[in-house]
Ligand binder design. Structure first.
Ligand code: AMP
Ligand code: ZN
Length: 474
């Protein structure tokens, strides 16, 4: 089956073809760095990572760009309200630049902890002001945008396709139900490309005035163009980005370049927590640190999020995360069983027994991923393979093939299964023996020292009635 994705722009699943053979240009709307990203945000970023990984598994080179919004994203996502980062800076009585720097660093660490592959580039909005102004000036010159005082607005009526992505046509928006009407706008749905505010801390001089800053939408249009060119293959975001953000990006980019902007628009459904919207008052806006504090590893969260299809609702609770951990450990166990069966242990009598079962699992995994990244179906194919392994239906050759597939394909995209052989490091073994010796001598100072030294290397010892066992700290 051919690789196919659901395209929000057409409302259909479509066969994926890239503009340039074997190369994919992909832009992911990234975080607004005014607070720590929560597990809901990570559903969107993890989707982008999964998409990138599956495209790579399918033989494409992926130029992945994820922006960092460090200025211009207003509290109500439209033209009014305070800048999210400046508002946070005021609350904390800190410099907005310091706030965005700190959260950007944490974001990068969280992404890495979740096992997301680094993007090609993470452009910052504040470092692309000339590129944004180039587009704004061009849109004004072409008559798609107009200046009011020191502000510049995009005129939606000049772009007849406005509303194609979200269904919010210019006429339906005229009712002004969702958008507050500002006097100076020619149409209620016109949106700001450039805004002026003398009190804004992060501001730039331009031909429109002394104290300006960009609108959130133009940032992504300009950064995508700078790093990927006028036309791109895929643009992603969470479902809330469809309108007004992505609808407006399309309008700006296509009016400026005169060409279609992105071929595929893909959106992740929101993650719910405890069956509803996350909220500070409920105390369930969880970060990766909250996941760790409850004794889970980030890879458990990764798997938990991958167990739901990105366009389906997904609920997070602590018991669901515990279930995901157990299910992921079953896949770790699959790797261990395949490794043993490859060496003949727990294998079927004949080496080529189970070849068909393994081929079926591989086909089903690939077909599921090709079908709009159906991760839950792909995971189910691996679970079925585990049943075959448990029932010792796989011969050594079949097990070797299965293991190769798990390492080189399945885990290349899922990115959270422990497939590597745990090697009992000689050093660790001798340190454990030395500690046992010290304990026999009742030299507890020395035995504690050895235990702490191992702990510093990430090795946790556990004394059990059967002797000492060790594991890697999560
Ligand atoms: P923000 O920092 O609010 O701009 O959000 C960053 C990204 O996370 C955007 O792509 C949002 O669509 C996405 N997002 C926010 N909340 C959730 C959620 N609960 N589930 C999935 N994605 C979300
Ligand atoms: Zn964006």
């Amino acid at each position: 089956m051919a690789l196919a994705f659901y395209n929000t722009l057409t409302g259909k699943k479509e066969t994926f073809e890239s503009l340039e053979p074997r190369v994919v240009r992909m832009y992911n709307c990234g975080p607004t760095v005014y607070n720590r990203a929560h597990i809901g945000n990570f559903r969107a970023y993890l989707f982008a990572d999964t998409l990138r990984r599956w495209l790579e598994c399918s033989g494409f080179e992926v130029r992945q760009v994820m922006n960092i919004t460090d200025v211009g994203h207003l509290l109500d996502d439209a033209d009014d309200g305070e800048d999210k980062i400046e508002a946070q800076a005021k609350r904390e009585k800190r410099d907005p630049w310091e706030i965005s720097r700190g959260h950007t660093e944490t974001f990068m660490k969280d992404l890495a902890a979740l096992g997301c592959e680094p993007a090609f580039v993470y452009p910052k909005a504040s470092e692309h002001i000339p590129e944004m102004l180039e587009m704004i000036d061009g849109l004004v010159a072409k008559g798609f945008a107009y200046q009011v005082g020191e502000d510049v607005y995009f005129e939606v009526k000049k772009f007849p396709r406005y509303g194609r992505l979200s269904g919010n046509t210019v006429d339906s928006l005229a009712a002004g139900s969702r958008i507050e009407v500002r006097e100076e706008k020619r149409h209620p749905a016109d949106f700001a490309l450039w805004k002026s505010d003398a009190h804004h801390i992060m501001k730039w001089e331009s031909r429109y005035g002394q104290h300006g800053f960009p609108g959130w939408h133009i940032e992504c249009s300009a950064m995508a163009r700078k790093h990927l060119g006028d036309k791109i293959d895929i643009h992603t975001g969470g479902e809330d980005n469809i309108f007004p953000h992505h609808e407006s990006e399309i309008a700006q980019s296509e009016c400026f370049t005169g060409q279609p902007f992105a071929t595929f628009w893909m959106h992740t459904k929101f993650l719910q927590v405890d069956g509803g919207k996350m909220s500070k008052s409920l105390g369930n806006v969880y970060s990766i640190d909250d996941i760790r504090a409850k004794g889970f590893e980030p890879r458990h969260l990764r798997f938990c999020l991958l167990r739901g299809h990105y366009r389906q609702p997904l609920n997070f609770t602590w018991p669901i995360l515990a279930e995901s951990k157990a299910a992921l450990e079953n896949l770790d166990d699959l790797a261990a069983r395949l490794r043993r069966a490859q060496g003949g242990q727990g294998a079927a009598a004949s080496a080529d027994d189970g070849l068909e079962e393994v081929a079926d699992a591989m086909d089903e995994f690939r077909a599921a991923m090709d079908d709009d990244l159906n991760t839950p179906r792909a995971i189910a194919a691996l679970m079925k393979l585990r049943t075959h392994a448990i029932e010792e239906r796989l011969g050594s050759m079949a097990a070797a093939q299965g293991l190769k597939f798990l390492e080189n394909t399945a885990n290349k995209v899922l990115g959270c299964i422990r497939v590597a052989e745990e090697t009992l490091d000689d050093e660790i073994e001798s340190a454990i023996a030395a500690r046992q010796d010290a304990r026999k001598r009742r030299d507890f100072k020395e035995s504690d020292r050895i235990r702490d030294e191992l702990l510093a290397q990430g090795i946790v010892l556990e004394d059990t009635p059967k002797g000492v066992i060790w594991k890697r700290k999560s």
